[in-house]
Design a protein around this ligand. Structure first.
Ligand code: FER
Length: 369
């Protein structure tokens, strides 16, 4: 963990330098702010946007595109002199990359990607049959065993939120990184995170309507995980069990990880929503799942090998709440990696980045062992 701490320090220093040259960012992250802020008002409640990220017709500004184009042309000329194995090795470092490289989001002709299917399991927690989507590797075989990523959607979402949105590029990122030998072939399970016991209950911006999200920890641990582990050919144990989530799913990812760190070795909370601690934002008053002093791992807890928190610098839905979780973890002495995705909103840029960096850190950490 020492190396990681140094890495976080270096990253923080680099980001502080970057902030001084970006007035917009200085405004959003003013040191005078005591409460996390949300920067923009969202005009209408577009429930789909919450579940799997705001759909921006142009996901990157033209400024970012031209920046990226010049970066890419530099990279192309660099790559021309590299062998293929050198390119692969280059990914095996522990540096965070703000954007998921296009080499991993692009569908390749020579790679066959996994497919999502849908299934159900008996949830004793909820007293009903519940659905999940599962992304199995293209050549999934009972003769092999695979690590599993549980991936949690945003508010108003369900088990189809990720599988119905081709722009998150989950299939491509997992498939390409496995094809390059960076990660093992990995199963992705997308549950329905609304663990209500009353089938007529609906999510919404009230404390009561959010309770089923906080109940998901019980459904996940007691019902879904045992079901997946009995039904599919998976490697079990924290080294092979990953957890990630976006927004409301990011909030529950942090909550679940702090409560059950023995179950998840590799974790990423993307653009985590408010409500872990008591607060009030433009949507609602949150009673808080934990006291601020409890936003940490218990003293005797086994901590995740990798615990990432990230968020776009232009997130118009959760603003600086993710940063406030990073600050609480830091104050309370719990190791994690925090980074910001310059220019990203509450959108797929953040989702792609978080998942890519999670897999990259998994690869680096496992190569170490
Ligand atoms: C809130 C702000 C954002 C909140 C939830 C969200 C429950 C979640 C957003 C998302 O999942 O996209 O105050 O309260």
């Amino acid at each position: 963990m020492k190396n990681k701490r140094m890495f976080i320090l270096a990253l923080t220093a680099a980001m502080l330098c970057a902030c001084t040259t970006n007035t917009q960012e200085v405004e959003t992250m003013s040191k005078d702010q005591t409460e996390p802020v949300v920067t923009q008002e969202s005009s209408e409640l577009d429930k789909d946007s919450f579940a799997s990220g705001i759909k921006t017709t142009e996901e990157e500004s033209s400024e970012q595109k031209s920046e990226k184009a010049s970066e890419q042309s530099e990279q192309t000329s660099e790559k021309a002199s590299e062998t293929e194995s050198e390119t692969e090795k280059a990914a095996l470092n522990n540096e965070i990359e703000e954007r998921c490289p296009s080499a991993y989001t692009a569908a390749r002709k020579d790679v066959t990607y996994g497919k999502y299917t849908h299934g159900t399991y008996e949830s004793k927690t909820c007293g009903m049959e519940r659905g999940y989507s599962i992304l199995l590797p293209a050549d999934y075989s009972e003769d092999k065993e695979y690590p599993v990523l549980y991936l949690l959607h945003g508010i108003f979402g369900n088990e189809y939120s990720f599988s119905n949105d081709s722009e998150n590029k989950i299939k491509e990122i997992v498939g390409n990184m496995a094809a390059d030998g960076i990660i093992e072939e990995t199963i992705v399970v997308c549950p329905n995170m609304y663990a209500a016991t009353d089938p007529s209950q609906q999510p919404g911006f009230t404390a009561e309507a959010c309770l089923p999200y906080d109940n998901f920890i019980n459904d996940l641990v007691n019902d879904l995980m045992p079901y997946i582990e009995s039904e599919y050919s998976v490697k079990t144990g924290r080294e092979n069990t990953y957890l990630a989530g976006f927004s409301m799913g990011g909030r529950e990812t942090i909550f679940i990880t702090l409560q059950k760190p023995e179950l998840f070795g590799y974790v990423c909370a993307i653009s985590a929503a408010p409500g872990i601690v008591e607060t009030k934002d433009k949507f609602m008053s949150h009673p808080g799942q934990l006291a601020e002093s409890d936003v940490k791992f218990a003293d005797d807890a086994v901590e995740p090998n990798v615990f990432i928190l990230c968020c776009g610098t232009r997130d118009s839905v959760v603003g600086t709440y993710p940063k406030s979780y990073h600050e609480l973890l830091e104050t309370n002495g719990s190791d994690h990696i925090w980074y910001e995705i310059n220019g990203a909103d509450h959108d797929n840029n953040a989702i792609r980045s978080g998942l890519y960096n999670l897999f990259k850190q998994i690869a680096y950490d496992k190569a170490d062992k």
